[in-house]
Design a protein around this ligand. Structure first.
Ligand code: AMP
Length: 128
């Protein structure tokens, strides 16, 4: 089910449980600020999620309330993961869903890294 609006952070969302080690993940990177792991239902040969370690629902609360260190750490981690996965030369798509209209399903901020194939158009047409 898509996330509706940006309510308070739910500490029992699935990514919070992964961060606490309650649910396993196929980890590809971890540092003080971020965790990256393979998406459980990949839509491209490389489909990795990068999440901040802090409790943020989406970009709105992250950008407004995270510390400068957290923001820098998270953004740097996204770049590191893309580089480590060998995606810089062929290219990749970075995407993040925010709230209901986007179809965001998990209410913990996450960036999708898609790679390993031509991505095609960003959105389908027509928009009806
Ligand atoms: P979004 O629709 O942007 O919120 O994306 C949520 C993503 O999380 C989807 O691509 C799911 O396949 C993925 N996902 C859900 N549960 C897990 C899990 N336990 N481990 C890895 N990825 C997951």
């Amino acid at each position: 089910m898509p996330v509706s609006g940006l309510g308070p952070y739910d500490p029992n969302n699935i990514f919070a449980r992964i961060l606490r080690g309650e649910i396993p993940c196929k980890k590809v990177y971890e540092d003080q600020w971020a965790l990256a792991f393979h998406d459980i239902n990949p839509v491209s040969p490389v489909h990795v999620l990068v999440i901040p370690k802090g409790a943020y629902v989406a970009f709105a609360d992250f950008s407004a309330t995270a510390s400068a260190e957290e923001i820098a750490g998270f953004i740097r981690a996204v770049g590191t993961v893309a580089r480590d996965l060998g995606l810089e030369a062929p290219g990749y798509r970075l995407l993040a869903n925010m709230g209901e209209d986007s179809g965001q399903e998990v209410p913990h901020l996450h960036f999708h890294l898609f790679g390993g194939r031509k991505m095609g158009p960003m959105l389908t047409r027509p928009l009806t």
